[in-house]
Design a protein around this ligand. Structure first.
Ligand code: UTP
Length: 291
C-alpha cells in the first residue's frame, strides 16, 4: 500500500522570473486554482493520505494555502458565500500535509533526500509540484504508477512518448517493453540526448514511485551540472544494480513552469470549464484571426 507522497516544490523557478521572485511558481494559478492544488488532488484521488511538501525560501504561501484560514472562513460565512466557504474548507482537509525545508536548492535529487526521515522504510510517490498530468483514461497518472508498482515491486518512473525532435529536452529511458507495452523494464536513463542518439522517444514525465533504497543511492550521486544532485542520476545507478520500470502514462503533461506551458495550460483548463468554454473558445478564434 502506498500512502505517502512527496511533492518537491523548493526550486527557484528562474524560468518564470520576475513572477517567482517572491511567490512560488507552484502557486501560479491555472484558471483559479494553484498548480500545486491540482497536484495534491491527483495524489488524493490516487489513495494517498499523507503528503510531504519540500519547500524553501519564499514558499510560505504554499503552507498558508493548505492551512485553515479562520478569518476568511468567518467572512465568507457572514456574507452567505457558502459555496466558496465549502471550497476553502475542503482545501485544508484534503490530506495530512507536512512540510520540510530544503536549505539549499541543490537539485531534485537533494529535494528527495530531504524526505528520508519522513518517508522511512516505505515506498512512496513523487509528484513534481509544477507539472500537471491530465489523465486520458480516467485513472490519475500517479495511480497508474502505483498500480505498476504493485505489479512489479520496483521503482517506477512515468514516461510519455515525445517526438524525436523533442527528446533532447528531456531525460529518456532505454529498455524493453513488457507484455502489453505499457510497462517497460528500464536498463538506462539518458539525460537530454541528441535526437539521433536517443535510445527511445520515451521521456521521463514528472511522476515517480520510489522505493526507500533511493536514499542510499542518492548518497552516492556526484553533483552534476550547476552542482545539482539529479534524481535521474540516482535512478540510473539503481537501474544498473537492480530492476526498475517505467509506465507509459495515459495522460498529457503540462509543464507550468515555463511561459508557453503556463499559457497553454490555462487555455486548456479554461476550455474544460463549462462556464468558460463557449466565450473563451470564441475569443481565441476571433483573436487568432485578428492578430
Ligand atoms: P525544475 O527543474 O523546474 O527547477 O524543478 P526549478 O529551479 O524549480 O525551475 P527553473 O528551471 O529554475 O525555472 C522541478 C521541480 O523540482 C523542484 C521544483 O520546485 C519543481 O517543482 N525542485 C527543484 C526542488 O524542490 N528543489 C530543487 O533544488 C530543484
Amino acid at each position: 500500500m502506498i500512502r505517502k507522497a512527496v511533492i518537491p516544490a523548493a526550486g527557484f523557478g528562474t524560468r518564470f522570473l520576475p513572477a517567482t521572485k517572491c511567490s512560488p511558481k507552484e502557486m501560479l494559478p491555472i484558471v483559479d486554482t494553484p498548480v500545486i492544488q491540482y497536484v495534491v488532488e491527483e495524489a488524493v484521488a490516487s489513495g494517498i493520505t499523507d503528503i510531504l511538501m519540500v519547500i524553501g525560501r519564499g514558499k510560505r504561501a504554499i503552507e498558508e494555502h493548505f492551512d485553515r484560514s479562520a478569518e476568511l472562513e468567518w467572512e465568507l460565512e457572514a456574507k452567505g458565500k457558502l459555496d466558496q466557504l465549502r471550497q476553502i474548507r475542503r482545501i485544508s482537509n484534503l490530506a495530512n500535509i507536512h512540510f520540510v525545508w530544503q536549505k539549499q536548492m541543490l537539485g531534485l535529487g537533494d529535494a528527495i533526500r530531504c524526505a528520508e526521515a519522513h518517508v522511512g522504510s516505505e515506498p512512496f510517490a513523487v509528484l513534481l509540484g509544477d507539472t500537471l498530468l491530465q489523465s486520458t483514461s480516467g485513472t490519475p497518472a500517479i495511480r497508474q504508477l502505483i498500480d505498476a508498482y504493485e505489479e512489479r515491486r520496483t521503482c517506477v518512473v512515468a514516461v510519455e512518448e515525445v517526438s524525436r525532435e523533442r527528446v533532447s529536452k528531456y531525460g529518456v529511458i532505454s529498455g524493453e517493453p513488457l507484455a502489453g507495452g505499457k510497462i517497460w523494464r528500464v536498463d538506462d536513463l539518458v539525460e537530454k540526448p541528441a535526437p539521433d542518439e536517443a535510445p527511445s522517444n520515451l521521456a521521463i514525465a514528472s511522476r515517480y514511485v520510489l522505493t526507500p533504497d533511493i536514499f542510499a543511492t542518492l548518497r552516492d550521486v556526484r553533483p552534476g551540472k550547476g552542482g545539482e544532485i539529479q534524481l535521474t542520476d540516482a535512478l540510473r545507478l539503481l537501474a544498473h544494480a537492480s530492476p526498475i520500470h517505467a509506465r507509459v502514462i495515459d495522460a498529457i503533461r503540462h509543464d507550468v513552469g515555463n511561459h508557453l506551458g503556463f499559457i497553454k495550460t490555462n487555455i486548456i483548463y479554461g476550455l474544460l470549464r463549462p462556464e468558460l468554454r463557449e466565450t473563451l473558445g470564441a475569443f481565441i478564434k476571433e483573436t487568432a484571426a485578428r492578430l
